[in-house]
Ligand binder design. Structure first.
Ligand SMILES: Cc1cc2nc3c(=O)[nH]c(=O)nc-3n(C[C@H](O)[C@H](O)[C@H](O)COP(=O)(O)OP(=O)(O)OC[C@H]3O[C@@H](n4cnc5c(N)ncnc54)[C@H](O)[C@@H]3O)c2cc1C
Length: 487
């Protein structure tokens, strides 16, 4: 069996096939395994370049980490309390919300106290309590539905920045059903949308509702999530090849033929079964050569991707007053989000060394005298590719200038790193769930073919791993049913 793509989905699929009577080969096009998971040093500290936090609520991520022997490296965040930089101030992100959709609209509630909304915006948000239920006939855009309930400010200053942090997308395009699934499912049973959000949260005073009983939402690995791919690859026992770009996929009388490598020196590999663990566009290109999959290939090829860059800056703690003072006062924040309406280059900032205290140390970069703060700045939303045309130096300067204004960071950073994620994040736009159903119907009709990865059922790592398990089980089931030794 061949798995195309050596990101976390492809490697997890290989891992789920370990111990089975199947010879598994993973073909990764780039020189490095891991896709969006990658770690390297800034100011002498290993810190993630791509994904950096793993949702604990879903078991697939932590389960895989434990299964490959990295369980002792799981660490918990120092804080997850975050802020929104809006209306000329850093304002606390209300706690009682679901992806920014508020639960608590009371006069003295956490939304009112946060100051994120103007008095008019708050008054409009409260109309959610009095408006008749908003009917939903099929999927709709997040902004349209949430905006109808709470008005534009909730969309622009809360929901859009939170969705932007995950998808680098815009709430006016993103699917309510695909990106806020649990809320979309709960909404019909409630007249108000804040009531539906309340039904998803632990009741105030219940365990888990408030700090300190609130369990950690995220975890990571002490060596960075970028350490996971190599461990999964090794534990899988699969044959792993890098610099092995698959250019064509074709059906044969007995299975599949893959064309690998350059057009000048192509290599042909045959397989009984194939898993495509690829972003949507390369998956669509490969499917395009398989008769009977044109509708699935077209649906896949239509999934848009947002490009972005992560700029990681290092400062001595004494030179970032917002972090230094908050830590000294025992009220640190993990970072802040910036609504698109604020028209700033940086859309989200993570104080990595505050969020993940295991990263805090004095290094040679500070003469080993004081801790280094690592600050991760996220730049670029869908439709804003222009800002990414700048060179690395300019992007780092842009991030540092924004940071200086937001946090009082003084002087030049000790070190910086710019990581570009061109086409990094799939956009789950309106109709995504129907598109995915059509893709799966087309792929499932092909014997011994499966797809997995971030394009389908969630772009978080646990969701990618879940699709990998399904793909591994499907192809294994097919090979067993063929009841002849698999290759
Ligand atoms: C900047 C950033 C931050 C993120 N932060 C988080 C986070 O904190 N938490 C979280 O849960 N998720 C996060 N995500 C999302 C998550 O990291 C990704 O959705 C997930 O890692 C995708 O895994 P994948 O295996 O589906 O795809 P990828 O990681 O894209 O892997 C696909 C692989 O296929 C290879 N490939 C492509 N074409 C071919 C071909 N023709 N032949 C062979 N190989 C090919 C690519 O080189 C790549 O290695 C983040 C994503 C980004 C970009």
């Amino acid at each position: 069996m061949v798995i195309v793509g050596g990101g976390i989905a492809g490697l997890a699929a290989a891992f789920f096939l370990r111990g089975e009577p199947v010879r598994v080969t993973v073909l990764e096009g780039s020189p490095r395994l891991g896709g969006k998971l990658s770690v390297s040093e800034v100011a002498g500290i290993a810190v993630d370049e791509g994904a950096e936090a793993l949702l604990v609520r879903r078991p697939e991520g932590t389960g895989l980490i434990r299964d490959v022997g990295l369980g002792d490296q799981l660490v918990t965040p120092g804080t997850t309390s975050s802020a929104i930089w809006t209306r000329d101030a850093m304002r606390p992100l209300p706690r009682r919300q679901f992806m920014g959709v508020p639960a608590d609209l009371a006069d003295d509630g956490d939304l009112a106290r946060s100051g994120v909304l103007s008095p008019e915006g708050l008054a409009r948000a409260r109309q959610d309590l009095d408006l008749p239920a908003t009917p939903r006939d099929g999927d709709t855009a997040v902004a349209a539905y949430v905006g109808a309930r709470f008005g534009d400010e909730v969309v622009e200053r809360l929901v859009d920045p939170l969705l932007g942090g995950v998808y680098a997308g815009r709430s006016e395009d993103l699917s309510f059903e695909a990106t806020l699934g649990p809320l979309a499912a709960a909404a019909p049973a409630h007249r108000s949308l804040s009531g539906a959000v309340t039904s998803l949260l632990p009741a105030a005073g219940e365990p888990g509702a408030d700090p300190p009983t609130r369990p950690a939402v995220f975890t990571t690995l002490s060596g960075g999530l970028g350490a996971l791919p190599a461990a999964v690859a090794e534990a899988s026992g699969a044959v792993i090849r890098t610099r092995a770009t698959v250019r064509e996929l074709a059906r044969t009388a007995t299975g599949w033929r893959l064309t690998v490598g350059s057009a000048a020196a192509p290599e042909e590999i045959t397989a009984d079964a194939v898993v495509l663990a690829l972003p949507a566009r390369p998956a669509a290109r490969l499917l395009g050569g398989v008769p009977g999959t044109s509708a699935a290939a077209a649906a896949l090829g239509g999934i848009e991707y947002a490009s972005m860059a992560i700029v990681t800056l290092a400062y001595p703690r004494s030179r970032v007053p917002a972090i230094r003072d908050a830590v000294a006062q025992g009220a640190p924040r993990s970072g802040y989000l910036v609504p698109a309406v604020e028209k700033r280059a940086v859309k989200a900032v993570t104080f990595s060394t505050v969020k993940w205290p295991h990263l805090v140390r004095a290094t040679a970069a500070t003469g080993a005298t004081e801790p280094v703060d690592l600050i991760r700045c996220s730049i670029g939303r869908i439709g804003e590719e222009g800002v990414l045309q700048r060179d690395d130096r300019e992007l780092a300067d842009l991030a540092a200038a924004d940071l200086a204004e937001a946090t009082g960071a003084q002087g030049d950073p000790l070190d910086s790193r710019v990581t570009r994620w061109g086409g990094g994040l799939p956009q789950y736009t309106v109709g995504h769930l129907d598109r995915i159903a059509a893709i799966r119907a087309g792929v499932d009709a092909q014997p011994g073919l499966a797809v997995c990865g971030a394009a389908y059922d969630g772009l978080g790592i646990p969701a990618c791993i879940a699709t990998a398990r399904t793909a591994a089980e499907r192809t294994l089931g097919y090979l067993r049913a063929r009841s002849r030794p698999a290759v």
